[in-house]
Design a protein around this ligand. Structure first.
Ligand code: 13P
Ligand code: SF4
Length: 341
């Protein structure tokens, strides 16, 4: 432990349960060692919502996660980020204004439809979804949330990850021609009324550059060179890759797959590199784990121990994450719906 780690620990101990540090699994080990809880987006939303005794929540992840905590927090709690620049390029591909324009476009053809937003989205997009009776989802529960909408006889507008939307629809048995893409940069969303009429799930044209870095040729290469190896990926990867793999699942589902793999297994993992490296170290006596390709999230990497310490010492106003109450109230509707499902 260096001086920065010691200083973080001292403040952490002194504040006790008044301080809560949640960290996403994609954070570096140097951060995870200081976390009160590590998890995927769904687990961290649940845990943070339950920690009412914490006066200060320091979220080690990216902005949409800290915003989700700020929406779900109780009175007297405040949320901070070690580096407020840590965002998510995928979340930035959909603004609430663009979503409203999309809703007007859909109203030309669709009657019964509901928006579903991936938690990897802004508070304003969640508020749009909450106002329109929709639900949030994470990669852990997207299937359940899609099924909720389909059971109610609704078409789905899913934002902002085209690939999670396509993979979830496929998992639920929907044929590919029922699943189309809405491109906010194209006139009329780049889709005709004819096609829209036939569409059950309309996916926003957004993507995660970290998970779209996994390509079919990576899979073919592993299959050729290591025919006994298993290949598993996160469902933010594109459907051509996902369909070639042995398993796909959210961060926690990938971890569970690895923990349950028989001794001696060789597994290639397509998700953020910090997590793959950590699993490979933790399981190195039992399994041979490799990245399908080393792909890191630069935004997740912005959280450093130095930045964490600065927040814990000074609580700078610029690191505080707030969501205006009118937006938060609408956004809470779609997050609560997800948590209830
Ligand atoms: P999950 O934590 O829901 O698996 O999401 C992955 C991700 O990309 C977080 O940024
Ligand atoms: Fe966004 Fe992808 Fe990074 Fe997650 S891994 S924060 S989805 S860019």
């Amino acid at each position: 432990m260096n001086n920065v780690d010691l200083a973080i620990e001292a403040i952490h101990q002194e504040m006790g349960p008044r301080l809560f540090i949640p960290a996403h699994y994609y954070q570096d080990d140097s951060i995870l060692r200081h976390a009160d809880a590590a998890g995927d987006s769904l687990e961290l939303s649940r845990l943070t919502a339950a920690r009412r005794e914490a006066e200060k929540i320091v979220f080690c992840g990216v902005r949409f996660m800290a915003e989700t905590a700020a929406i779900l927090k109780g009175p007297g709690q405040s949320v901070f980020m070690p580096d407020p620049k840590a965002g998510c390029p995928m979340a930035d591909t959909a603004t609430a204004e663009q979503a409203e324009a999309c809703a007007s476009r859909l109203s030309e053809v669709w009657k019964d439809w509901v928006p579903i937003v991936y938690v990897n989205s802004s508070a304003a997009l969640k508020a749009f979804c909450g106002r329109r009776g929709g639900s949030a989802c994470t990669s852990s529960n997207a299937g359940r949330v899609f099924q909720w909408a389909l059971d109610a006889g609704k078409r789905i507008l899913f934002m902002p990850d085209e690939h999670l939307g396509a993979n979830t629809a496929h998992d639920l048995g929907l044929a590919d021609d029922l699943v189309q893409v809405y491109d906010p940069k194209e006139a009329r969303g780049g889709i005709s009324n004819y096609l829209l009429e036939k569409t059950q799930v309309l996916n926003w044209k957004g993507f995660c550059h970290v998970h779209c870095a996994f390509r079919t040729d990576h899979v073919f290469q592993v299959r050729a060179q290591h025919p006994k190896a298993k290949i598993i990926v996160h469902p933010e990867a594109c459907k051509e890759v996902v369909r070639l793999c042995d398993f796909h699942g959210s961060t926690t589902q990938l971890i569970n797959y690895v923990r349950q793999a028989p001794d001696g297994s060789e597994v290639y993992i397509g998700t953020e590199h910090n997590l793959v490296r950590r699993l490979a170290n933790e399981e190195n006596n039992r399994l041979r784990l490799f990245p399908l390709y080393a792909s890191s999230c630069p935004d997740m990497g912005l959280t450093t121990t130095e930045a964490l310490l600065r927040v814990l010492q000074d609580w700078p106003a610029g690191n505080r994450v707030t969501v205006p109450e009118d937006l938060a109230a609408d956004a809470r509707l779609c997050l609560d719906r997800m948590l209830a499902l």
